[in-house]
Structures are given as C-alpha cells and as structure tokens.
Design a protein around this ligand. Structure first.
Ligand code: TXA
Ligand code: MG
Length: 358
C-alpha cells in the first residue's frame, strides 16, 4: 500500500443530506474502491468508512484513528439481504430485529462468514453489521458496491463526531475525504446487540432502546460489564476509556436545586485552585443556578427532552476542550429509554466519577 499518512490532503465535499448528488457519491465511492478513507454522516454519528472487504484499507482506519488493534469494526450495508452473505447464520430473532429496525441505529453481532477479513473482526468469530438509514450513508455504500467498515470518525478515545467540522478537527491530513451532510442525526452511536449466543445481549445501549427491542423479541439483558467496570466487556471497544474530552468530567446526581447547590461550592473550590470550570447542564438546573457570570456554561436542553440532550452532548464536550476548560460538571439521567445510552457514555467519559449531595 502506498504511504497514505502525512501526505494526504483531506477534501471536504458538501452533500445534500436528504438527496445526495449521484455524481458526487460516485466520486466518493471511487475513493473507497481505491482503498481510501471517506468520512460520512449517518443517522447516529459520522462514520469513517473503508472497503470492508479490503484488509489494507481497513488497517488504514485503525491508523487514522489511533484505534487499538483488538477493537473490531462494524460493517455497514445498504441492502438487508447482504446480511446473509456476511453472517454465517442469522437466527430467527435477529431476522425479526432486522425487519423491525433496519435501516436504523441497531448493530447486530452475528457469527461471521468466511468472506470477512480478519482485520475487520480482529480475529473474533463474530461480526457486527448494521444497515444505516441516512441517505448519504446508503448512497455511498450502494455506489461502492461493498460493505463499508466504519467506526465513529473520531480520534480513538475522544467523543464521536456529529458534525463535519469535528471530523476535520480529528482527521485532517489522515483521511481522503469528508462528506459534509450537516449534523448527524441521533447524536450517540447505534445500539450493539449480540445475537450470536443463546440469549440476546445488549453490548452497547444506543439509538434503539432496550424497551423498543423487548417489544419485538421479548426480554433482553445488558452486558453486565456495562454497569460494573471490573467485569470484562463482551464488546472489545467498551473496555477502553471512551467518549472523553481532555477535560476531567464529573457527574452530579440529584434534583436541579441539589445540583445547583453542589455547584456553588464546587465552583468556589475550583476557583481557589485556579482551575477553569465548564458546566454542561439541563435547562432546569441552569435556572436554579444563581450566578453564572464569568463561567463557561452550556444549556444541553430540557430534562424532559433527552433526544435533544443526546444530539448535543458530544459537540458540547468538544466545545469545552476548545474553550480550554479543565473540569466539566454535568448531570446524570435515569437509565431508561434513551437515558441508558446517555448514561453509558457519561459514565465512561467521567471514568465513573459521580457525586451526590451529602
Ligand atoms: O452508530 C454507530 O454504530 C457508528 C456509526 C458510524 O455507524 N459506529 C460506531 O462504530 O460507533 P465504533 O467502531 O465506534 O463502535 C463499534 C462498537 C465497538 O465497541 C466494538 O468493539 C463493537 O462495536 N464491536 C464491533 N464488532 C464486534 C463484535 N464482533 N463483537 C462485539 N463487539 C463488536
Ligand atoms: Mg467509536
């Protein structure tokens, strides 16, 4: 493979998110076919795509992201039927999930077929597959004519990218192209569910909730490692420090008044130590905070609109780093519906540092 590192000039092409120009998508797919790396919007976050059947191209993803070599990738397809080519078997319950949620933010882990390079699955005998719903993602996969291996388009360990500008900030000079289709959709990643064992197991909560899944296939469990960091996660990627800005993240739990009370003291403490504080709070908590002058604060949205918070979270974590913040205080949510995915990301980015009012 030619050296694709320092010499790359990353291009940015604007695309219409609901009706991408076919000629643009053809040119982008040429880059994929030649073994290059193309970032593209999905209905969750931006993905960093390469030809999922080309081992060398897939290795390029790991290099650009600085991704640990044992963290496997998701294959993205544009046609439901392709799952039968990429998976060695598709259990009935998996087929029911596909019918219900594809295209959409649900990734299925299935036994892998022999067509998939080791580099995609990192030597596992299973493969993660999803069919995204975003028209740009679908057009790119269709034009390329191959499944796209695509992790989130961020530097490994850093929050995922939900806008083209975030992708550029992490990937400039390391990839060939960013397709700028505006903000990604949901704002957090897809749900990853392991359908390869006896019982379905949610490895990563995300865009499709446990409650939605249970409505169609009955009871499902979370990987216990989701709650307990001492256990080894079944999803290799979940063991790494993740979704973390450079600033320290601290989670505050309680009613808006309680959090506001805690913050008054915490802000004073940090001021004494000369540390720059950032607040990523709900509208309700901000309302209870008496004095916000001279503090970096951002309104994530209402406690009653977790979808809005999910959409904003990564961009706001990144904004704190850009503002030179050293400690970020943010809030916890009930771990149900979308709250489960939000809390999973927040707990990881804070390395489990949760404070409650004494
Ligand atoms: O929404 C999403 O899923 C985005 C967009 C771009 O599609 N992609 C994404 O990919 O979040 P990534 O690589 O950032 O996260 C994929 C997760 C990782 O935690 C990885 O370890 C896990 O899926 N994974 C991939 N293959 C697996 C497998 N065979 N078994 C268990 N976990 C797997
Ligand atoms: Mg990721």
């Amino acid at each position: 493979m030619k050296e694709r590192w320092s010499s790359l000039k990353t291009e940015i092409w604007k695309v219409n998110k609901s009706n991408p120009d076919l000629e643009t998508m053809r040119r982008a797919s040429q880059i994929i076919k030649q073994g290059g790396l193309v970032a593209f919007p999905t209905e969750t976050v931006y993905g960093l795509g390469a030809n999922g059947l080309d081992a060398q191209a897939v290795l390029g993803i790991f290099k650009a992201k600085g991704r640990p070599a044992d963290n496997p990738l998701i294959l993205h397809i544009a046609n439901q039927k392709d799952v039968f080519y990429l998976a060695a078997g598709v259990p009935l319950k998996a087929q029911v999930l596909i019918e219900a949620f594809w295209p959409g933010p649900l990734t299925l882990v299935l036994p892998k077929s022999r067509f998939i390079p080791q580099e995609v699955t990192c030597g596992l005998d299973t493969v993660a597959i999803r069919m995204p719903r975003h028209p740009v993602a679908l057009a790119l996969i269709r034009e390329a004519g191959v499944p796209l291996a695509a992790p989130s388009a961020n530097t490994s360990g850093y929050p995922s990218t939900t806008e083209a500008s975030h992708v550029i900030s992490d990937m400039d000079g390391k990839i060939d192209l960013v397709l700028d289709g505006g903000p990604a959709g949901f704002g957090l990643e897809s749900t990853v569910i392991d359908m390869s064992g006896e019982k379905p197991l949610i490895l990563r909560p995300g865009g499709i909730t446990r409650e939605q899944i249970e409505e169609v296939i009955g009871p499902v469990e979370y990987d216990p490692a989701n709650e307990d960091s001492h256990l080894k996660p079944r999803s290799p990627g979940m063991k790494y420090k993740h979704y973390s800005p450079h600033a320290q993240v601290v989670l505050l739990e309680g009613e808006p008044e309680e959090i506001a009370d805690m913050l008054v003291d915490l802000i004073a403490e940090n001021k004494e130590q000369g540390k720059k504080v950032g607040l990523l709070l709900t509208a309700e908590t901000l309302n209870k905070l008496p004095d916000k002058q001279k503090i970096y604060w951002r309104n994530l949205g209402s406690r009653h609109d977790l979808e809005h918070i999910a959409r904003n979270l990564y961009a706001e974590l990144r904004s704190c780093d850009n503002a030179g913040i050293e400690v970020i205080y943010t809030e916890t949510y009930a771990r149900k519906d979308i709250g489960a995915a939000l809390m999973n990301r927040l707990v990881k980015s804070s390395e489990q540092e949760i404070r409650r009012k004494q």
